[in-house]
Design a protein around this ligand. Sequence first.
Ligand code: ANZ
Ligand code: ZN
Length: 974
Amino acid sequence: MQYDHKKIEKKWQDLWSQNKIYTTPDEVPGKDNFYLLVEFPYPSGNLHVGHWYAFAVPDILARALRMQGKNVLYPIGFDAFGLPAENAAIKNKLNPREWTERNIAYMTNQIASMGTTFDWSRQVSTIDPEYYKWTQWLFIQLYKKGLVYRKETAVNWCPTDKTVLANEQVVDGKCERCGSEVVQRQMLQWNIKITEYADRLIDDLEALDWPEQIKQSQRNWIGRSEGAEIDFAIDLNKKVKLVYLHGFESRPDRPRNLWYKQNLEQLGYEVIIPTLPNPDTPSEDEQVAAALAATTYDENTVLVGHSLGAVVAMKVLEKLDKPIGRLVTVGGFCNRNFKDRPRNFDTKFSWSFDAAKIRSNAQSITILHDPKDHAVSDAQVKELSELLQTPVTLGVSNETHFTGDTEPDVLMWLRPTVRVFTTRPDTLFGATYLVLAPEHPWVTRALGHTTVIKNNDEVQAYVEKTKKRTELERMSDQKDKTGVRLEGVEAINPATGEKIPLFVADYVLGHYGTGAIMAVPAHDERDFEFAQKFSLPIKYVVKAAEGTMSEGKPYIGNGTLTNSSELDGLSVSEAVKAATKKYGRAKKTYKLRDWIVSRQRYWGVPIPMVHCDKCGVRPVCDEQLPVRLPDVDDYLPEGSGRSPLAKVADFVNTTCPSCSGAAKRETDTLDTFVDSSWYFLRYTDPTNTGAFADKNRQNHWMPVDLYSGGAEHTTMHLLYSRFWHKALFDLELVSDIEPYTHRENHGLVLGTDGQKMSKSKGNVMDPDAIVEQVGADTVRLYLAFMGPYTGGASYPWNPNGVVGVRRFLERVWKLSENLVESQGSENALHRAIKKVTEDIPKLKFNTAISALMILVNEVEKDGMTKDQFARLLRILAPFAPHIAEELWHVLGSQTSIHLEEWPTFEERYLQDDFITMAIQISGKTRGEVTVAAGADNAAVEAAAREMVATRLEGQNIARVVVVPKRLINFVLGS
Ligand code: ANZ
Ligand code: ZN
């Protein structure tokens, strides 16, 4: 009989599936569960070699573990929403659902041809309404937990196609489809607060059994930076009188009040902190009179009231006959419903206010509230906000109610302030200018008041020019730094007290840190270049251990502080601490941004939200889920850049879940990374109609024991799904803080030319054609044999390699036809069993296969007994399941080899074999010696000398020649 893969492969695939041998129950008595996960595919329409690599190779592990007594879940599904279906729909007028479903059906057949052990009864598909119902439900749970919000975000907009483009659709700043210049446009987008989990996403990596390289990529992506925020006062060269009214049980000479005074006087402010009478038993008339008597009030006055002082300040404003510049309330209130306890001034103040008068007597108002305030409640400040018709500004306090010895967030609102983020607070004395990002709110505001910046037009033009540049361009423009000085304003270095210039420059990014930096050209390369170009002072404040400072270039390294007053002599790390404490506040910053999940697209999960004029945004209630994606005729986006769903009146018009009034549905759909953030949970309970997955059923399998996938998902899907899982953990919907215990990235299969396979290069291998030619077993074996599976290395497809592997299987076939009766050596077989057993769990499939090849080589000459061959077939079965099953049945079995137990190896057969070598003396054979096969020349010589000791006695041995495994020759001299 000939090895004919066409005859056997389909036959066995059908039988396995009829007999449901891979249907996986949640529990099997006496067996441990193992969850092996591979990334579910996008149904593009045709399987490529990459799919084979991703699914058929891990299948080796699934099969081996089953034979080794594990209950293995190896599921598959389809990640079926997304752009290609929609683009096909627009181009060829196809219905995306039909297109996708057809592809799924076709690819399901193709996957079946791999001979994998997927449990198809657990298949999930993200476009199934029974699946996306739960995607919507989970999204709503995150929303209810405060993890979802809407925000104006810049998007790529193609003015010709009138559509939002994904980053991948923008090529060299142009629309991929029509070539028009892409512009940035602000749109309201749904965001998920992944940044709230940034620390946990980094810290929890520690305990995971993941390759260090993958962990490091995630850390870098999240980009946690530890540093400090430092506030710089901005001098607008205006005369300001600041009157500060202290609160209940306080005094003008409290340290924080003196700190405010000192900092404000540095700016040239006149600061008045009147003593308010009887601060421990205050009453309205007395205190208001004292405040009024303390000074005169005019349009240059900033009136600040802390706590009860805010009440006094409002009463002062009621009595003035002309307006002041600004009112700032700090921890203020306008009723006596304190959170903690009543105060003795409750009845000494009238709690009614002439709000109109107060408002008209203050040109601007700031209400600063501490969300952690122990006394003033959110309700109290809300009432104040309504009274003054001014939104509340939240501040971070050092002590509750802003009572710390320093309160930078208060100071920030008493004077124009720019806050910078720095990782090098130690270099503060060397900060010789400030740089604001062009999108910094302070710049935007200053440009609005045309009198603040003298060169308004120039700055405005620069800001506009920046809008056309991407962040990447801005970051990578190393050499040619651009920027504009803000004329007429200066910043004050809080350490030196010196006035320093301010610039806007696009090398500072608006979204990172605070969007502003203190520039230290002596110790930062970007600042150095900028300073040289604009002739700004370069002041060295760190000197290297060797003492000399390298003038003419920035010094980035460690060293000792100099030119820095009280920091002089400290090391960099000591100075970082000291400067942070004295001039700023420790702060962590992240590169990670929140996850924008809304897409202005049709083919995705409808975002389950309703907009009601009365109630605002409301989530759809559970009973109305899923919000089904309607069929539409027209897949082109709506003109203003909204999803095609916006054109479907039936879909859009609905009722409000809260008030039942007329309302409109959200028309954006979800990013498909949301769909794939929880699919592995659905596999554990795929048909549940009452929950996304029952927790008990999840617990049989979660966390995933091994997740195998592509390196391109390291910082996208892998990060999103880890975040999603943590959020579900906090909602008590899953039991683990991490979804995947172990992760491995596999590499790519390249074209024969060593390039990434792509249609345009014409180097794509069609797996169907190859399978037709050489069979699935050969393809599986070839892919596993190319090289190490993990670590992300890539391998070119080598047709000769395929032929070699096919020949190996043919030799296995031949072995079955030459079985022998008498048992020969067991050693080779046991060595192979050991190697294959040990290599598979390490995913070292290539070396396991080479052990199988060595075995076949070794036994070919003498043949194997039936029993020995049966064991060879069992260790071959995970790699080449069809041929192994066929030959297993040829041996006479009625049941599947894949339900067999894994063979064992015995230590005693692993000893090396012995070999017998001839002993010659001067070329004449004089005897023989038996030594271990691995014995070295010295051992062979010693053994041989013993055997012919009498003949060698008294002889002069000139040299000894060893021909390994054959003979040893003692050459005698004269
Ligand atoms: C002063 C300083 C002195 C700095 C010095 C560095 C060296 P990472 O590690 O990436 O977090 N920076 C802060 N915000 C920025 C923004 N929005 N755009 C561009 N640059 C920004 O880097 C943090 C450092 O990058 C900060 O520390 C700041 O420059 C700059 F000798 O502040 B440094
Ligand atoms: Zn409503």
